[in-house]
Ligand binder design. Structure first.
Ligand code: GTP
Ligand code: MG
Length: 341
């Protein structure tokens, strides 16, 4: 059975621009507006169902005429630390990320690691949107919790709007010197040639609705349906992190972007010395929030996971796996699998 999965959206940008807080805000919103039982949790990823977005962003969905037009099930967001860009998120011939959110501080524009992230996004051909965060820092800006940016900007004093325009203008100039055409998202005429800039505040939640809707639009237009179609075949993924866990030994936190991974599968991945083969002993995912009783009891064991998913693998032979390595489940011959890594 093939199906359409949520796009994997990576959040990148300079240190302290607000990537994590923005994701916290989005996640909090999704939890508040969810349909019961719809939140699935992941290792290293957060799932935001489209239903929650549509409920949260209702009036803006209508204003942008998006109601009934979104077919992606939601988003799977991956946070990245500002200093590491997302060099780990690589798969053969491209990136695991289907789309990217480049977060910049609206008061300081594109900074060093922001530029690095931008270069990586472009090199891997990942479609992206820019969140110009810390909108609440614009002098004189009147904030209102979770208000869409489009509605907020209509309610501001002229001097706050002037300040905003100046900051966005600077960002646009900066990008233009790098050969990137960008504009405030509501002024973009052609999404194929211009990168949309969405002013946001991770503190007040303003602009978060706009960001999610623009990201949905960009995902549907520029990520192919074929790429988002998952198969029932053997799992393919990327190792995000390898660590020692008390009582479990070496575990690998992995993002599976295609196929199904089952307990008992043999996986092939890469170590410094060459290919590594391991047997999957356990698959661990976080418990749904409503099943979580005790903060110590956060995880559950499952027999299989389907893409796209973030999962922790416990297995024999995972020592020495390098983060960023591809990982594939073996179906048929081991040689074939080794070639795929
Ligand atoms: P790294 O993971 O270290 O790269 O940083 P980050 O991009 O994840 O930034 P983080 O979310 O940790 O936020 C950094 C600081 O900026 C924190 O003190 C936040 O409270 C603050 N901050 C983030 N977003 C906003 C915002 O929209 N407005 C204001 N005023 N402060 C913000
Ligand atoms: Mg962070």
């Amino acid at each position: 059975m093939a199906g359409i999965r949520s796009p994997i959206a990576v959040v990148v940008g300079h240190v302290d621009v607000g990537k994590t807080l923005l994701l916290d805000k989005i996640r909090g919103t999704a939890v508040a507006y969810r349909e019961p039982g719809m939140i699935t949790q992941h290792i290293g990823m957060s799932f935001v169902p489209w239903g929650a977005v549509e409920r949260f962003a209702g009036p803006l969905v209508d204003r942008l005429r998006l109601r009934g037009r979104i077919w992606i099930p939601g988003f799977l967001f991956i946070d990245t630390p500002g200093h590491a860009a997302f060099s780990n998120l690589r798969k053969r011939g491209g990136s695991v990320a289907d789309v990217a959110v480049l977060v910049v501080d609206i008061t300081s524009g594109l900074e060093e690691q922001g530029l690095e992230s931008l270069n990586l996004i472009r090199a891997r051909g990942v479609p992206f949107v820019i969140a110009a965060n810390k909108l609440d820092r614009i002098y004189g800006w009147q904030s209102e919790e979770n208000r869409p940016f489009l509605f907020a900007v209509e309610r501001q004093e002229w001097h706050a709007v002037a300040q905003l325009e100046e900051q966005i203008g600077r960002l646009i100039d900066q990008l233009s010197r790098l050969g990137i055409e960008a504009d405030r998202y509501d002024r973009v005429r052609d999404f194929a040639t211009q990168v949309p800039i969405v002013p946001t505040s991770a503190v007040t939640g303003e602009g978060v609705a706009d960001l999610l809707l623009v990201l949905a639009g960009v995902s549907q237009r520029f990520v192919s349906k074929e790429r988002l179609t998952v198969r029932d075949g053997p799992a393919r993924g990327v190792v995000m992190e390898v660590k020692e866990e008390r009582g479990l030994g070496t575990v690998a936190d992995v993002i599976i972007y295609d196929g199904v991974l089952r307990r008992g599968d043999t996986v092939v991945t890469a170590g410094l010395q060459g290919p590594i083969t391991a047997k999957v002993k356990m698959l661990i995912v976080p418990k749904p929030l409503d099943e979580m009783r005790d903060p110590e009891d956060r995880y559950k064991y499952v027999d299989e996971v389907r893409a796209a998913v973030g999962v922790r693998i416990v297995g024999e032979g995972l020592e020495g796996v390098v983060p960023g390595a591809p990982i594939v489940a073996v179906e048929g011959s081991l040689e074939e699998a080794v070639k795929a890594v």
